[in-house]
Ligand binder design. Structure first.
Ligand code: ATP
Ligand code: MG
Length: 647
């Protein structure tokens, strides 16, 4: 273990927080002020003051963040001193507790954990038993699962949530709730828990069993939570129960960065902390070590647009650097080319690919960019999440195009058939044989033949697709990928998505984005060629070594991280903020602004906000966009404006 010079390595405010007296402690501070660093040093400080590792519990949000924090702490104080310390995500810690005491709440300790596939198959069984299989008027299993999950995370009665969601529809609310109840019972009898159960059950364990609660309260004399602004009501109760009335609970966070409202997080948890803990010591860190002043200017001004939040200005310690840039670009392709040329320039100045990141509000925003990166041989990785064209819903609609282009594409055929009610892999393979191993969706005779062979349950759905394609000109189908997909959506897939996917709106948004993009190609074939280039990719490009790759990801995934160079895609009003979020009366715009705050504060040296001005629609028309309102709000002089040249 190296000697830590706390005074030299921390500023006064951080040091005070690290050395805080026992009791409740709140560190509320804006981005990059060293909150996570303070937390790690606090662990080191406690260990130096003879607190044993096993008496410390560290909770955070993502597995990645937890691993990084443990790593930093180990580096500071040495691994052996931390033996017995627990650190990880809420789910991780909940699971560890339940493995020790599950029988107290009616499970065996060897319970299994259901992943989302397991959850789906379980709930599908229940659907069948209840006679909802293939019932088109009834919401799909995934939709119900996500509703039940939101209720669980908000610690709310599912009834309220279900009634609310299906208001003004013909959906039988009682039937939905019956499925919910059966799902709960079934998990119990299988001795299984899903992810939400882990949290709920750990909370119940502490709530209902005084002995267990006291045991853990005693064991974890020090409980610390990072990113506290994103705790949901269940996590909140869990933390409260663990730390007890007078425990040593230290929470760290920034209400500006609360971006999981849509999953039940509530940033008021952090704002109300002093009220809930009247003796709490509160520390506010104001010095930002991460970013150059110009970037902080952007961050400070943007968040001032959310006056309901706890306003905290960021002060820069770093020397002035380059002013953040607003790049006014023509469209998505121009944006991609501009970014690549800037990155090449930055590389000549000494930055590596791994020093740079490209962040976006929604996956489909990065479509043209992924294509260009691939073309240009830039080595890149997408931080969690699948590449755009490998997502299920995109592949689903692409199979139609693949068959239009190549009627012998069996894989595409099987995938398409499996979307129909009553058709599985086996059935699809059989159909393929019956059709003499070819099927062209553009040909009437092929479709008629298929019509006769599709099993009864899927026939009605197929008939709709058939009718839509029948009305279309076959030559057009080969030429116009967007039009073909549109027919498919209207006749069937739109409804399929609504019933099948949790967050179907963002999936449909992806598909629409893809269609606009496809509109720029002269034929289905040309479009598919480019897509194929995307998916069969060789990961390596012109990197210096294997580690040196450019990272792409959504803003949500970038929380807590920092990069020397950050590009933000589509800072255009209607794209970011996303049009659909603004319709959400429940603080949609405020949460979008917090996202904008999060993304700008990831940058250390160079921040570039890209604002393409138009998007081509599939029909050849264009939509024009003004720069994001978050950019417009900044006022003049904060950004240097640039117009990308021709590439
Ligand atoms: P976020 O809100 O994004 O989670 P944070 O408040 O957790 O940010 P950290 O990630 O802990 O901030 O710190 C930001 C950067 O500033 C890190 O690179 C960290 O090492 C550095 N830093 C923080 N405090 C100091 C300090 N006193 N001296 C030098 N560097 C510091
Ligand atoms: Mg942090």
């Amino acid at each position: 273990m190296r000697t830590i010079d706390f005074e030299a390595e921390l500023n006064g405010e951080q040091l005070a927080a690290v050395q805080a007296e026992d009791g409740a402690v709140l560190i509320i501070a804006a981005a990059g002020t060293g909150k996570t660093r303070t937390l790690v040093y606090r662990v080191a400080y406690l260990v130096q003051h003879d607190v044993r590792g096993e008496n410390i519990l560290l909770l955070t949000f993502t597995n990645k963040a937890a691993a990084e924090m443990m790593e930093r702490a180990r580096e500071l104080v040495g691994g052996e001193k931390l033996t017995g310390m627990w650190g990880g995500t809420f789910h991780h810690v909940a699971n560890r507790m339940l493995r020790e005491h599950a029988e107290r709440i009616g499970y065996r300790r060897d319970y299994s954990i259901l992943d989302s596939d397991d959850q789906k198959s379980l709930i599908k069984q229940i659907y069948e038993e209840q006679g909802h299989k293939g019932d088109k008027t009834f919401p799909k299993p995934e939709v119900l699962l996500s509703l039940f999950s939101l209720a669980a995370n908000k610690n709310q009665d599912p009834r309220d949530m279900v009634v609310d969601r299906f208001r003004d529809t013909k959906v039988d609310v009682e039937a939905v709730l019956r499925i919910g109840n059966l799902y709960e019972e079934r998990k119990k009898s299988l001795n299984a828990m899903d992810f939400d159960d882990l949290l709920i059950n750990a909370m119940r364990l502490l709530e209902e069993h005084e002995g267990t609660r006291e045991y853990y309260q005693h064991r974890f004399r020090y409980v610390m939570v990072d990113e506290y602004q994103d705790t949901n009501p269940v996590q909140y109760s869990f933390v409260r129960l663990l730390s007890g009335e007078n425990g040593n609970l230290l929470v760290v966070g920034d209400d500006f960065q609360s971006i999981y409202g849509w999953r039940g997080a509530d940033y008021r948890n952090i704002l109300d902390f002093p009220e809930q803990h009247p003796n709490a010591q509160v520390f506010k860190l104001v010095t930002n070590y991460r970013s150059v002043p110009g970037i902080l200017d952007v961050a400070n001004r943007c968040i001032a647009g959310n006056p309901e939040q706890f306003q905290k200005e960021l002060l820069a310690v770093r020397e002035a650097g380059v002013k953040p840039t607003l790049a006014m670009l023509q469209d998505g392709t121009h944006q991609a080319r501009y970014i690549i040329s800037r990155m090449r320039l930055l590389r000549r100045q000494g930055y590596q690919w791994a020093d740079m990141t490209i962040l976006y509000r929604a996956h489909y925003h990065a479509l043209e960019l992924q294509l260009e990166l691939q073309r240009e041989g830039v080595p890149y990785q997408i931080t969690s999440g699948v590449r755009f064209f490998e997502q299920a819903h995109i592949k689903d609609v692409l199979c139609l195009l693949r068959l239009i282009q190549n009627p012998r594409d069996e894989l595409a055929f099987v995938r398409m058939m499996c979307l129909l009610p009553g058709v599985g892999n086996k059935g699809a393979a059989k159909l393929w044989g019956l059709l003499s191993r070819r099927f062209d969706p553009g040909l009437s005779e092929d479709r008629n033949l298929l019509m006769e062979k599709v099993p009864k349950r899927g026939r009605e759905t197929w008939a709709q697709v058939h009718a839509a394609l029948e009305a279309a000109d076959p030559a057009m189908l080969k030429r116009n990928a967007a039009e073909a997909v549109q027919l498919y959506l209207d006749s069937f897939y739109d409804e399929y998505a609504v019933e099948t996917f949790d967050r179907y709106d963002s999936r449909l948004e992806d598909i629409n984005g893809m269609m606009d993009f496809a509109g720029g190609f002269p034929s289905v074939e040309a479009f598919l060629n480019d897509v194929a280039l995307q998916t069969n990719l060789d990961e390596r490009g012109e990197a210096d070594d294997e580690q040196d790759v450019l990272r792409l990801g959504t803003i949500h995934q970038s929380k807590g991280l920092e990069f020397p160079v950050v590009f933000v895609l589509w800072c255009s009003d209607g794209m970011f903020p996303a049009g659909r979020s603004l319709e959400d009366a429940d603080g949609g715009e405020s949460e979008e602004r917090r996202l904008f705050y999060v993304v700008t504060t990831r940058a250390k040296d160079v921040l570039t906000l890209c604002a393409p001005q138009m998007r081509r629609q599939r029909d050849g028309g264009v939509v024009y966009y003004a720069p994001s309102r978050f950019v417009a709000e900044l006022g003049s002089g904060v950004l240097q404006e640039e117009r990308g040249g021709y590439y």
